[in-house]
Design a protein around this ligand. Structure first.
Ligand SMILES: [Zn+2]
Length: 324
């Protein structure tokens, strides 16, 4: 019985140990299962995740709006074509691009000249020295017709028409006579008698004069304004040339009024370096009221300057003359 009890005791111990182990394992298992349920509760099933993703768009990450770098409305940057630098000689309406090289060379020779002076002087032929390279007018009837050391008339040049001054053996072009008659009448009303001593000379006449005198006092054949039929020399009434500078009443009247009838004092002391002629205070040339008036009030110092600054005017006047 004792033994049996002893055995029974050890069996009980083993049983208890086994039972305890069993309980431990069971509790451990239960804990694991419980923990698993907990995790399942917190973690939505996969399908639920997918559904959520489709239903609610992933919240847009609020990007802090970057303030526009320059809130000022930048003016639309018009792509400006890089402007061609304007050549200083070609900046004038009276420039001729084909003469650019001459402008530049002339300016190199006279660096103190203003650009516009360079342009009109080259236009007027002053690039060359007097008589160095005289051009022959390709149009016989220009108006104004500039005849000087740079431009000459063809040997065969004849004015488009010549008419005689009434009562005199002198001839001029018709428009010159019309202007002269008006001027003569106004002079008479002012108490003056104009004395004409020279007008048109043909080239043979001019050649005889030049052969006798040479350069200085007489223009070379082809270079004389008297060949154009538009120039008139006045006498002083005592056998000599008139000198409007001597302040005789008639001289003063001519100096003050000739422009009103389209005449200019062609050769002055101021423009001798351009015209190549000494001052001739008796030689008036018909150029029309517009030019004569502009020159009288100082817009141009010489007829050369007028044509150099108005290179297109000559052709216009040519048409005007030919239409008459
Ligand atoms: Zn003359």
């Amino acid at each position: 019985m004792r033994r049996r009890r002893g055995l029974e005791k050890s069996q009980i111990v083993v049983f208890i140990i086994l039972a305890a182990a069993l309980i431990g394992v069971t509790v451990w298992a239960v804990l694991i299962v419980v923990e698993g349920f907990r995790m399942n509760e917190n973690t939505p099933p996969a399908q639920e995740l997918v559904d959520n993703a489709l239903a609610t768009p992933s919240p847009v990450p609020t990007v802090t709006p970057i303030p526009a770098a320059s809130p000022t409305p930048s003016p639309t940057p018009t792509p400006e074509p890089t402007p061609e630098p304007v050549n200083p000689f070609l900046a004038f309406a009276f420039s001729a691009s084909e003469k650019l090289e001459m402008y530049e060379r002339f300016h190199a020779r006279y660096p103190n000249l203003a650009y516009d002076e360079v342009v009109w002087k080259v236009n007027a032929g002053l690039y060359y020295a007097h008589f160095e390279n005289p051009q022959i007018h390709d149009l016989a009837e220009l108006h104004p017709l500039v005849v000087n050391p740079f431009f000459r008339l063809h040997d065969d040049f004849e004015p488009h028409a010549l008419v005689q001054i009434p009562g005199l053996h002198f001839r001029v072009t018709p428009e010159t006579l019309t202007a002269f008659n008006a001027k003569n009448e106004a002079a008479r009303e002012a108490g003056h008698t104009l004395q004409v001593i020279s007008t048109y000379r043909d080239i043979a006449h001019q050649r005889r004069l030049w052969n006798a005198s040479g350069d200085g006092a007489v223009a070379r054949p082809g270079h004389s304004e008297h060949h154009t039929g538009r120039a008139i020399d006045y006498g002083d009434g005592a056998g000599g040339f008139l000198d409007i500078r001597t302040a005789t009443p008639m001289g003063r009247w001519l100096a003050d009024n000739a422009h009103r009838f389209g005449f200019i004092l062609r050769y002055t002391e101021e423009n001798t370096h351009i015209t190549g002629f000494i001052s001739e205070p008796w030689h008036f040339t018909y150029v029309g009221y517009e030019i004569a008036n502009a020159m009288f009030y100082g817009a141009y110092e010489s007829l050369e300057e007028y044509t150099g600054r108005n290179p297109d005017a000559q052709a216009r006047f040519t048409r005007h003359i030919l239409a008459q």
